[in-house]
Write a protein that binds this ligand. Structure first.
Ligand code: SAM
Length: 286
C-alpha cells in the first residue's frame, strides 16, 4: 500500500516554457508593477533591448513608458508569434522591432547602441534560466554602457527540515523540489535566514559561483535541506518577491542530515553555474 502523500515533486527543468505558463507571468501583478515602475523612470526616449520577450510584455511596457525604440528578442517561435500579435494589438509595430532568434547569437554588428537592457528570464538564484549568461554575452557586444533592468537579485538561504517524497507519496532519494503555495506540509524552518549572494550584472561576471554560508540553529533538531529564495530589485528600491510562477522557493537537500542544538552553527559551501540547472548545484558541509 502506498504511504500517505507527503510532498509533491515538480519538474524543475525549464528549458522552454509552455505558452500557457506565460499567462501566469502576465497575472503576476507585483512583478509587473516593479518592472513598470523601472520603465516609467528609466525608459522615456531611450533605446531598449528586451531579451527573452516571451509574450512581449516587457517590451510593450517599455514602449508605453515612452521608449524611443525597443528591440525585442525571442527564440521560441510560438512565443514570438504571440509577442507579434500583442505588439500589433497595442499598435506598437513602428516602435518595437521583434527579432526571432537566440540572444546568445546577437553580435555587435546586428545591434545599435543600447541605452537600457531588459531581461526577465529569472529563476531562483539564476540557476536554471539563462539570465546571467545572456546578460554577460550582451554586455560584451553592445555599444554603450546600458542601464540594466533588473538591477540586482538578492539570494537568501535558510536551513530546513523536510520530508522528501514523490507525487505518489513514496519516499525517494532526496531531490530538489519547488515549494509551492500548494505544497503541504511546508518544510520546517530550522536556522537563521541569511543573504548568500547578490547578483548584479556586468560583462566580466563569472558564471561559476562559489559561496560560503553559516547558519545558526533556531531550535534543536535535524536540518536536512536548504530553502532558497530570491528577491529581485528592478531599479533603486523597487523589489518583488518570489511567487509560484516566478522564482519559486526551492528546497535543496543537504548531502547528509545535520543534528543541531539551539544556537549551534553550520558552515556550508555552495557551488553552481548560472543557467546550468539544478543538477549542477552542489552543497557541501565544511
Ligand atoms: C521566463 S520567460 C519570460 C518572458 C517575458 N520576459 C516575461 O517577463 O513575461 C523567458 C523567455 O525567454 C525566452 N528565452 C530563453 N532563452 C532565450 C535565448 N537564448 N534567446 C532568446 N529568448 C530566450 C524563452 O523562450 C521565454 O519566452
Amino acid at each position: 500500500m502506498k504511504r500517505e502523500r507527503v510532498i509533491s515533486l515538480h519538474d524543475t527543468r525549464n528549458d522552454s516554457f509552455d505558452p500557457k505558463e506565460h499567462i501566469n507571468f502576465l497575472k503576476n501583478a507585483q512583478r509587473n508593477a516593479a518592472f513598470r515602475k523601472a520603465f516609467d523612470t528609466l525608459a522615456p526616449d531611450r533605446l531598449v533591448l528586451d531579451v527573452g520577450t516571451g509574450s512581449g510584455i516587457m517590451a510593450i511596457y517599455a514602449a508605453l513608458a515612452g521608449a524611443r525604440k525597443v528591440i525585442a528578442v525571442e527564440k521560441d517561435e510560438r512565443m514570438a508569434r504571440v509577442a507579434m500579435a500583442n505588439i500589433r494589438r497595442h499598435r506598437l509595430e513602428n516602435r518595437i522591432k521583434l527579432i526571432v532568434g537566440d540572444a546568445l547569437e546577437l553580435t555587435h554588428g546586428n545591434l545599435p547602441p543600447v541605452d537600457i537592457l531588459i531581461g526577465e528570464m529569472l529563476s531562483t538564484w539564476c540557476v536554471v534560466e539563462p539570465q546571467v549568461p545572456i546578460f554577460r554575452h550582451l554586455l560584451g557586444v553592445v555599444d554603450g554602457n546600458p542601464i540594466i533592468i533588473p538591477k540586482r537579485i538578492s539570494n537568501y538561504v535558510e536551513g530546513v527540515q523536510t520530508q522528501f517524497g514523490d507525487s505518489e507519496g513514496v519516499v525517494v532519494i532526496p531531490t530538489t523540489y519547488f515549494e509551492l503555495e500548494s505544497t503541504h506540509p511546508k518544510a520546517k524552518k530550522m536556522t537563521s535566514r541569511v543573504i548568500a549572494s547578490e547578483i548584479g550584472f556586468s560583462n566580466d561576471m563569472v558564471l561559476d559561483v562559489s559561496i560560503q554560508i553559516s547558519l545558526r540553529a533556531l531550535h534543536p533538531g535535524i536540518v536536512n535541506a536548504l530553502r532558497l529564495t530570491s528577491i529581485t530589485e528592478t531599479c533603486d528600491g523597487i523589489t518583488f518577491n518570489p511567487r509560484d510562477d516566478t522564482m519559486p522557493r526551492m528546497i535543496v537537500p543537504l548531502p547528509e542530515e545535520i543534528r543541531l542544538g539551539t544556537g549551534q552553527m553550520i558552515s556550508l559551501a555552495i557551488q553552481y553555474t548560472y543557467g546550468a540547472g539544478w543538477e549542477n548545484f552542489v552543497v557541501r558541509q565544511n
